[in-house]
Structure formats: structure tokens, C-alpha cells
Design a binder for this molecule. Structure first.
Ligand code: FES
Ligand SMILES: [Fe+2]
Length: 344
């Protein structure tokens, strides 16, 4: 199978899907899941139910009821359980069925739905979909520094119709700023000198413009840390952690946590941080060239979704300035080789 096919497929049992499931996935913004709230959740090509119980804890269980398969997110939260909308079966956070109103006692014990570990951090809900016990949830000093407020949000307009890997490639490509963002960030028009170095299980990118270095860190498998300008037009930089979460092979959700100084926090919109605005209906017109993109997000959308849902890596021509893309792919190839038992 080609490298492209290997990294693009994220479903259960696929090589990249297996690797991604070994890491915690941010699945929601904590503030968008109220007590007693439920949400359908789609991630890595699978469907789940996300809910917050009456004690305040978030849980991820299977998408469908074990009885006759209706969606569980349409049901009710009761104490720490979720009750099905159809015939009232009730499930614990562990997935264990504990009540079947129309059945004899004893049947419920034999019924269980999937359940996954959940933790909350930096305003985000994380879940683990891999085998066995999860690793510790990664934490970052920048998001815990005194005097900052963490602003968590999902980049509009929701899941982008594009594979996650080309979104990652965009993030380790500092040259794109000179053209893609020339209208909204004119101070990045200078063509940078680009360096990419291994840094732990990741890639450290440096872009040098007029002697000034800008650093982007890629953390395997799908986290990008970079300095963000949270207020459009102002060169105030804040640590920005942005996960490119595969919803399925053809859709990617951007979930971010930004460390904003407290005195600036009321000037920052959590969903539209750094001018990252876009209307849900704007995509087709932008891609058709009906108008120029008008925000940082619209600009990235035109470039990345413009490659197609799945970028063509056979017909492409990489150059010296693509060192970040090359290093990203090398690192993924090493993880894929390790999974397949290929010696380095
Ligand atoms: S389908 Fe859920 S209780 Fe019947
Ligand atoms: Fe961009």
C-alpha cells in the first residue's frame, strides 16, 4: 500500500487508525457540553455518544443502544447513566446495562455497550479509543502558566471536508503564510528560510524572516503548537495548541486550546480566535473562486480543501522549502514501519 493510502485511512484496524488510537483524542469543547447534555460523536471513522452526567463528569459510550440500535444521544441523562429514548434501557458510564423496564431482572447483567476513558484538560474533553490502559494525558506548561486564561474552541465551520494528513502538512509549511495569508497577515509576506529538525517524537520547524525566528512544533501524531496572533491585525503572540482530529478519512476537526494573557481574554472570541471565522455555507463559493477569502480560516480552507479531499502525493513535486512536510512524512513512516515490524 502507498504511504498516502497508509496515512489517510483512520478506521479500526487500519495502520494509521491503530497508531492514532494509541493517543488521547480531543473530542469536544468542555463548555459546550452542559450537565445533562448529550452529543453524537464521530471520530476515527466510528460513532459514539458523548454525555455529561448530573455530577459533572463527561463520558463516552457506544453510539447505539444494545437493544434495537437507536441512537443513545437522543435519550436522557439520569444521575451518571444514560437512558435510551426507545424503550428506556439504562447504561452506566462503564457501558454496563443496569435497567430494562420491560424485561425480567437478570437480563441486564448480560448486556454491555462500548465505553472509553475520558479526561478533561485545558477546556477540552479528551477520550481514548485504543486497546488497554491509556497513557498519561499530555500536559503543557504553557496552558498552566499563571496569569493566562485558556481559550478552547473548534475552528469554523466544523469538520472540514478533507483528510487530516494534508491539514498537518499545511501546518509544517511556513511558506504558505506568504501567499495564503498575505491579505490578513501582511507581516508574513517575506519568504522565510525554513528549517525542520527532529525534536523528541515530533518535528521542530523554524521559519526565519528578516532575521526573526518563528517556531512551530509538531507533536506526533496530530498536534501542532505555534505562536498565534489571537487579535486580528495585532502582533501579540500566544501559545496555540491545535489538534487535527480525523472525524473519518474525509473529514477533519480542528480543536484548539490557546493560552491568552488574562488582560487580553475579553478581546478574544473563543470560536473565532485570531480572525478564524468562516460561515458553514461559504466553502463551495470560495473553492469556485466566486470571491476572495476574507479571513485566516477562509484562506487556509481555500488552499487545503482546494487540494481535494485527499491530496495527490504521486503527482506532486517537493522542493527544498518542503522540509517540514518531508520530515513529517518520515516520522509517520517510521511509526508505520514499527507497527508493521519493519527494522529501521
Ligand atoms: S432500542 Fe434502546 S431500549 Fe430499545
Ligand atoms: Fe495557514
Amino acid at each position: 500500500m502507498s504511504f498516502t493510502a497508509l496515512v489517510e485511512q483512520v478506521g479500526p484496524g487500519t495502520p494509521a487508525g491503530t497508531i492514532l488510537r494509541r493517543y488521547w483524542q480531543p473530542v469536544a469543547v468542555a463548555a459546550q457540553l452542559p450537565v445533562g447534555g448529550t452529543q453524537p460523536l464521530r471520530i476515527l471513522g466510528e460513532a459514539f455518544t458523548l454525555y455529561r452526567d448530573e455530577r459533572g463528569a463527561a463520558h463516552v459510550v457506544g453510539a447505539r443502544c444494545a437493544h434495537r440500535g437507536t441512537f443513545l444521544h437522543t435519550g436522557w441523562v439520569e444521575d451518571d447513566c444514560i437512558r435510551c429514548f426507545y424503550h428506556g434501557w439504562k447504561f452506566e458510564p462503564s457501558g454496563q446495562c443496569v435497567e430494562q423496564p420491560a424485561e425480567p431482572a437478570g437480563f441486564a447483567r448480560a448486556v454491555r455497550i462500548p465505553s472509553h476513558p475520558v479526561e478533561e484538560y485545558a477546556g477540552l474533553v479528551f477520550a481514548f479509543f485504543g486497546e488497554g490502559a491509556p497513557p498519561p494525558l499530555p500536559r503543557f506548561p504553557e496552558l498552566e502558566a499563571p496569569g493566562i486564561k485558556v481559550v478552547a474552541g473548534i475552528r469554523p465551520p466544523g469538520p472540514w471536508p478533507v483528510n487530516y494528513f494534508q491539514v498537518l502538512e499545511n501546518s509544517v509549511d511556513p511558506v504558505h503564510l506568504c501567499f495564503v495569508h498575505r491579505a490578513t497577515q501582511p507581516f508574513t509576506r517575506v519568504i522565510p528560510e525554513v528549517r525542520a529538525e527532529r525534536s523528541g517524537d515530533g518535528v521542530a520547524m523554524t521559519a526565519v524572516r528578516d532575521g526573526v525566528e518563528r517556531h512551530t512544533k509538531y507533536w506526533f501524531p496530530h498536534l501542532i503548537q505555534l505562536p498565534l496572533w489571537p487579535i486580528p491585525g495585532e502582533r501579540i503572540e500566544c501559545p496555540f495548541f491545535n489538534w487535527k482530529v480525523p472525524v473519518d478519512d474525509g473529514h477533519t476537526l480542528f480543536i484548539a486550546a490557546t493560552a491568552v494573557p488574562e488582560h487580553l481574554a475579553d478581546r478574544v472570541d473563543d470560536e473565532e480566535i485570531g480572525g478564524r471565522t468562516m460561515e458553514a455555507a461559504a466553502g463551495p463559493g470560495l473553492l469556485a473562486g466566486d470571491r476572495r477569502p476574507a479571513s485566516v480560516t477562509e484562506e487556509d480552507y481555500v488552499a487545503i480543501v482546494g487540494q481535494g479531499t485527499f491530496a495527490d502525493r504521486v503527482g506532486e513535486r517537493l522542493g527544498r522549502s518542503d522540509v517540514g512536510v518531508i520530515e513529517l512524512r518520515r516520522l509517520w513512516q517510521e511509526h508505520l514501519d514499527a507497527l508493521a515490524g519493519v527494522a529501521p
